[in-house]
Design a protein around this ligand. Sequence first.
Ligand SMILES: [Mg+2]
Length: 290
Amino acid sequence: MAKLASATGIAPARPPAVPFGRRAIAAQQGQILRAALAAVGPDRPTAAFDLDSTLLSNKPRQARIVREFGAAHGDARLAACGEEYVVSWELRDTALLCGVPEAELDLLLPPLRSFWQERFFTSAFCADDEPLPGAAAFLRAVLARGGHLLYLTGRPEDMRDGTLAVFRRAGFPMPGEAASGGAASSASSGSLGSVDLWLKPVRAADDDAWKDECHARLAAMSGVACAFDNEPTHVNAYKRAFPGAVVVHLDTDHSQRPVEVLESIPSILDFRLDPVAAGASSVLSGEDRR
Ligand SMILES: [Mg+2]
């Protein structure tokens, strides 16, 4: 996952020109997702998916950390933190929404940030993550087309157990699983209809460098049919490395580095093929949100 400068207390250089949640247009989401699926074929079977804020929401994990901090420090306001109070990577925002007055923040935030840092990047806590709406069905659709489903994440290798626990609970295809039908069963390539999970081998390694290394690996394979990521830096890198791929930005949140998504990259809010029919109230168009 990207460096979370905000959560660790370092202010971003400047906010993005288009705040997250304001780029995606709900009415276009189905078309974007269908185009990504259509790109998956025998010549280019790989569909690559980031995990954090792409297939999975980390808000339950964030809220749990704040609650446990509150419980450990006898702070009933924080001990009651719900995921609705996680509105950004800023613990400051969450603390304020929990009812902590501004005047208390200087004293509260340093220990809260340390507590967060010790827990956020662990298997035990990432097991609380929840799938984005439509994610499991979309992943299954990739497999049904005979695709090579690749989970490609900046999570370190020691978060594998918690990651797999979430996959199981969310109904995601499991690494090592092969497609049971569709085009995959008649395909000749051994990579078709398969599922892989690429975790960062070295925890301290830079996320951007890790993803660049993965792109080189993918280029040496058969490239990428489609790719999904919430970090502007990472989707832009996909598009530059694989200009023929359907690269899609998840307009959920990001680390607030001052990088804009390339104009040629569309955005979605989740993986529902028809979010408007499914309940447009939770997926407003970009214009509606401004
Ligand atoms: Mg991410």
